[in-house]
Design a protein around this ligand. Structure first.
Ligand code: SF4
Length: 328
């Protein structure tokens, strides 16, 4: 058993055995740089030197009746944060225009809540049409929609349906009790059946173990998800997980490396929690750790990093933002 052997398998598209996975999980911290190096090579082999940038807008904020323990938008959270209904389509489209001018190629319209009423559904369709009209790929994170609804949005120009599984099926009841994991898996399947790119991943540092991390990665692979957001918990005061410690950078990098080996063909996008884990200047290591995309700008309820600094780091790492011309 060796890291190189696991790398060769992942590169050749062969599944890793249980023993390979156990070997990766047991890698000591001092071998994480080696894991990162090989994960980065896997990413270069599959995606070249492009880094896809996506930005999001908090299009409907707060007041969610679900009880996800990490989330400031849950009605059970005492966290401060914006509370508003769905923004007008024109406002969402204008935010997408600004994000596109800063290099984003995908624009995610993110709404709190699990269910979607008729009025908001029409609002999503109008916003999707507006963003698509700018030449950006509109992604939507609306909660749970069925296949017919997703197909209707696809006709309006929707490129991607975003619905995170958050963690493993085994650990999910410790994080959310108001809906079942199976509902989330069904939503992911509905998106795939509607012919959309489904972006589905999770949050790490919730208290889950390595078995949970592996379980979720293998489920995503078996579902055929090829875009996986990786978030790290940023404990928010007022939420049930406010007291959890932030993951150490080495553990976070090992998670990214593991996901690259288990999902060699999937875009792995680093999203929330980047700043608390890596600090404002810690961006370069993670760019050569296996990720192929970054969420840029602000997150749902917390501020992000300056986009121009991210782009400078991408170039310093010998990579290119995907939205820029080859000679730019
Ligand atoms: S993660 Fe989504 S479903 Fe869960 S509480 Fe937050 S807004 Fe609601």
């Amino acid at each position: 058993m060796s890291l190189n052997a696991a790398y060769r398998k992942a590169l050749d598209g062969a599944s890793l055995s249980d023993a390979d996975i156990r070997f990766l999980v047991a890698l000591p911290d001092d071998r994480v740089p080696e894991l990162m190096r090989l994960a980065h090579l896997l990413r270069l082999a599959r995606f070249g030197d492009r880094v896809e940038l996506c930005a999001i807008i908090n299009a409907r904020s707060g007041g969610c009746t679900e009880d996800c323990a990490f989330c400031a938008q849950s009605i059970r959270s005492a966290a401060d944060g914006p509370r508003h209904g769905l923004l007008p389509a024109g406002e969402i489209t204008e935010a997408a225009r600004v994000a596109g001018a800063h290099g984003a190629t995908r624009f995610g319209i993110v709404a709190s809540g699990k269910d979607v009423n008729e009025r908001d559904f029409r609002g999503f369709a109008a916003a999707v049409e507006g963003v698509a009209g700018l030449g950006l790929a509109p992604d939507l994170s609306p909660g749970i929609l069925d296949r017919a609804q997703l197909q209707a949005l696809k006709k309006a120009g929707l490129a991607g349906y975003h619905h995170n599984l958050e963690t493993s099926a085994s650990f999910f009841p410790s994080i959310c009790t108001t809906h079942s994991y199976e509902e989330d898996v069904r939503a992911v399947r509905a998106g795939l059946k509607a012919g959309l790119r489904v972006c589905s991943g999770g949050i790490f540092g919730l208290g889950e173990g390595w078995d949970d991390r592996v379980e979720m990665a293998l489920l995503l692979a078996s579902l055929g998800v090829d875009s996986v957001p990786v978030n790290f918990l940023q404990p928010i005061p007022g939420t049930p997980l406010a007291g959890r410690r932030v993951l150490a950078p080495t553990e976070a990098l090992k998670i990214i490396g593991l996901y690259r080996f288990l999902l060699p063909d999937a875009a792995i996008r680093l999203c929330g929690g980047r700043l608390p884990v890596f600090g404002p200047d810690g961006g370069r290591d993670l760019l050569v750790s296996g990720v192929s995309g970054l969420m840029v700008g602000d997150y749902l309820t917390v501020r992000g990093r300056d986009v121009d600094r991210d782009i400078a780091d991408i170039r310093a790492a010998g990579l290119r933002p995907a939205s820029f011309a080859v000679d730019n």
